[in-house]
Ligand binder design. Sequence first.
Ligand SMILES: Nc1ncnc2c1ncn2[C@@H]1O[C@H](COP(=O)(O)OP(=O)(O)OP(=O)(O)O)[C@@H](O)[C@H]1O
Length: 151
Amino acid sequence: MNKNDENRSLKSSFSYALKGLIEIYKTQRNFRIQSLIGLIVLIVAIFANLTQVEFILLIFTVMLVLIMETVNTVTEKLLDFLHPFYSSSVKIIKDVSAASVFITSIFAVAIGIIIFGRAFFNLNPKYGIILAIVFLLFLNLCGFIYKKREK
Ligand SMILES: Nc1ncnc2c1ncn2[C@@H]1O[C@H](COP(=O)(O)OP(=O)(O)OP(=O)(O)O)[C@@H](O)[C@H]1O
């Protein structure tokens, strides 16, 4: 492969990725909402008094939510293509995939509370941890009750 071919293939990979992004943006309402929230969060971050680590964490979190939504969309589209009819297995896979986005969103909100809470309201970082604890408590409690009921 010569330099020209390499440049061309790099260009086409980029254009395919861009088409994929446009497809997700056009068809996935959640992706549109998440990318808008991410944009607002990062713009607000510019005006907040944040440390370098906090900036990095915010960018990481915003991108992570979008990545998880993209992976979730791939899972849904793949399953719809392979098995367009009702199936309890498809249901479980789709539900679990949606759960991964949900967990990431909770993580994002906890990070937001910790970082913006400190910067704008001098809030103790423990409130972000409390949200994560409430989520894990709820998860364990529901899981426990559900398992008990199944027996
Ligand atoms: N083929 C199927 N068999 C069984 N259950 C399904 C099937 N397709 C979807 N479901 C159920 O419907 C839920 C929503 O699935 P769907 O693919 O419509 O995703 P969605 O959340 O509406 O995605 P989006 O709006 O992002 O396209 C799944 O989590 C699952 O519980």
